[in-house]
Ligand binder design. Structure first.
Ligand code: ADP
Length: 619
């Protein structure tokens, strides 16, 4: 704000100065004393005229008059009068003058011209500034909030995101008939957060909700708030909600919520004051509005983990909808939408194209079809054929690989075995959470694939064997890599970190190591929380520390051996399933049941090596 003030003050001073300067220049041109010709003649006779310049119509010059004993020079002008008439008039003592133009116009012009000039320059500069940046848009808040009365987008325009669509359908129902919900006293969520990688169709879905319900759609992007001056973002948020309430029922959509809603106090760089203010205003508005008026706030982010927790509290963005990368069937569905809009040859096969585009999202696929169309035009063809599609895929894949969003065939194979490693170990061991889905579709920023295990019930107590089995499951990925490729990859780093955490807790907190007994070795919770070094609060000897390390290591090693043994037993099944997974990318439902049924458990005696047995063996 301060900067802004200084800026306009200098502008104003410059402006006034320019106006005065120009005024004086023009005034001197216009404000010359006009005198009657008869007076001029008298002045000449009195010897008061210093110098003159005679032109066709007038005479201009300098006269010297003494006032208060001082000689003062004045510029004058007089309109020439016919010499003969002048003589006649002089002889008869008549006062006369040439007709002179009114000076009013001159005075007016001397003010108007500089002002007009100044305004012209100013407007010109404004335009230039605006083109270069959003710098001068102060006070023009409304300009950047986009409102569409009829977005013309429907759920049918988005494919491959059926689960997300289902979740959003309730919102549509509410917007169509809010009374039905409010009559029962039902509370509709105020804020819905669409979470997913870029280009998966989050904006598209938000628009589809508006389109399906036939309500206006307000949208703006989180990053637009932040590059503004301090205080402006907050004003904009207020403005947005005000406008939206007037148009209710409607949808407000904030894209890139993470740009605005990053956890407060985390930013190291300057400028987060503005973001904080804006975020606070957003929270205030979120809390302040009554959802029953029919304003529904939707936002999109691909980084939910960095959002300020305050945003996710109940009553704010309390519902999250995952908009994930499409699987093969989803991709085929999306392709069908876009291929329908262009002219294609009969040999086009969306399923086949879907098989070639693992990892691509809706935006990539839309782009792919467009690229193929351009190629067809370049080749003077009227329709798109498989050849164009294949070439477009190659081009896009090359581009996307650079961006690290697509994985190459080798990596895909490693990921497939890795994920199956987790799954088979989990299936072979008792008391593990059932596997719900195995996928090698890259997800998020780090994970290349995932094995989803969902607990069947809430657990408050975990037995030692369960913890051990969890560790074995986590290590199953790496074990599979070692077994199949005789080499290991970096893909396991998150698994290792989680397995180590469990093992360390078993040893230090749960007294599950017979070598250390039932002693609690972890630093007090408070110290952990404050982030003080664990060392500082350590209340045990170096020897104990060493034993802790050894025990953690031993637990991990034991469980790794368990995982390896299970995978060796099921080696054929592993190879066979990996092949299907590489083609289908996802194993779920019946196929998963079949797989679980086929997994053989290794000898249970061997699975869990009791500490006691081990000590006896070691002795
Ligand atoms: P996001 O907001 O998730 O980054 P967008 O909704 O802006 O992605 O998607 C960009 C474009 O990609 C959309 O306008 C649409 O053309 C296409 N697109 C993305 N996802 C899908 C989908 N699931 N179905 C159909 N088209 C999609």
């Amino acid at each position: 704000m301060k900067k802004q003030h200084r800026f306009s003050i200098w502008y104003a001073i410059l402006g006034v100065w320019l106006v005065l300067l120009l005024h004086n220049m023009i005034a001197s041109a216009f404000l010359v004393k006009n005198i009657p010709y008869s007076e001029f003649v008298k002045l000449v006779e009195e010897g008061k005229v210093a110098e003159i310049a005679i032109s066709e119509n007038d005479i201009q010059g300098k006269m010297v008059a003494s006032e208060d004993g001082l000689d003062k020079e004045t510029l004058f002008r007089t309109v020439r009068v016919d010499a003969e008439i002048a003589q006649l008039l002089d002889a008869n003592g008549i006062k006369y003058s040439g007709r002179i133009q009114s000076n009013f116009l001159g005075t007016l012009m001397s003010w108007l011209i500089p002002i007009a000039l100044f305004l012209g320059i100013w407007i010109f500069m404004m335009r230039r500034f605006q083109q270069q940046s959003g710098f001068m848009q102060i006070g023009k808040n409304k300009a950047k909030i986009y409102m569409e009365d009829d977005v013309g987008v429907h759920f049918a325009d988005a494919a491959g995101v059926d689960e997300s669509k289902q979740e959003l359908e309730e919102v549509t129902a509410f917007l169509k008939e809010p009374e039905r919900y409010t009559r029962v006293g039902g509370q509709i969520p105020r804020g819905i957060l669409l979470v997913g990688p870029p280009g998966t169709g989050k904006t598209l879905l938000a628009k589809a909700v508006a389109g399906e319900s036939g309500v206006p759609f307000f949208s703006l992007s989180g990053s637009e708030f932040v590059e503004m001056f301090v205080g402006l973002g907050a004003a904009r948020v207020r403005d947005l909600f005000k406008q939206a309430k007037e148009k209710a029922p409607c949808i407000i959509f904030i894209d890139e919520l993470d740009a605005l809603g990053k956890a407060r106090g985390v930013a190291m760089t300057g400028g987060h004051d503005e973001r904080e203010q804006t975020l606070n205003q957003l929270l205030v508005e979120l809390d302040g509005f009554d959802p029953n008026v029919g304003v529904i706030l939707m936002a999109a982010t691909n980084r939910p983990e960095i959002l300020d927790p305050a945003l996710l509290r109940p009553g704010r963005f309390d519902r999250q909808v995952l908009v994930d990368r499409p699987d093969k069937i989803g991709r085929a569905d999306i392709l069908k939408i876009y291929l329908d809009k262009v002219e294609t040859e009969a040999n086009i096969d969306p399923e086949k194209i879907a098989g070639m585009t693992a990892g691509m999202v809706g935006a990539d696929l839309a782009n792919l079809v467009n690229e193929a169309a351009l190629l067809a035009v370049r080749r003077d063809k009227r329709t798109i054929g498989m050849a164009e599609i294949e070439e477009a895929v190659e081009r896009l894949v090359a581009g996307l690989e650079k961006k690290n969003r697509l994985i190459n065939a080798d990596e895909k194979e490693i990921v497939a075995y890795h994920e199956l490693g987790h799954a088979l170990v989990a299936m072979a061991l008792p008391a593990t959470d059932p596997v719900q889905k195995i996928s090698i579709i890259p997800r998020g920023i780090a994970a290349l694939g995932y094995t989803m295990q969902v607990p069947t019930e809430d657990r408050f107590l975990l037995r030692k064997t369960e913890l051990q089995n969890r560790i074995a499951t986590l290590l199953g990925g790496r074990a599979a890599e070692e077994l199949v490729f005789n080499d290991i990859s970096t893909g396991a780093h998150n698994d290792l970190s989680r397995a180590t955490d469990i093992a360390r807790s078993m040893v230090r907190e749960y007294g599950m190591s017979s070598r250390l007994g039932q002693v609690y070795f972890a630093p007090p919770r408070q110290a952990q929380f404050l982030g003080t070094a664990a060392e500082a609060g350590r209340e045990y000897s170096d020897e104990t520390a060493q034993i802790i390390d050894e025990e953690v290591r031993r637990i991990i090693d034991d469980q790794y051996a368990v995982a390896l043994r299970i995978l060796r037993t099921n080696r054929d099944l592993l190879n066979k399933t990996a092949k299907t997974l590489l083609v289908d990318e996802v194993i779920a439902g019946d196929a998963l049941q079949d797989l679980a049924g086929a997994v053989q458990a290794p000898d249970p005696e061997e699975t869990v090596v009791p500490d006691a047995a081990r000590r006896i063996a070691a002795a």
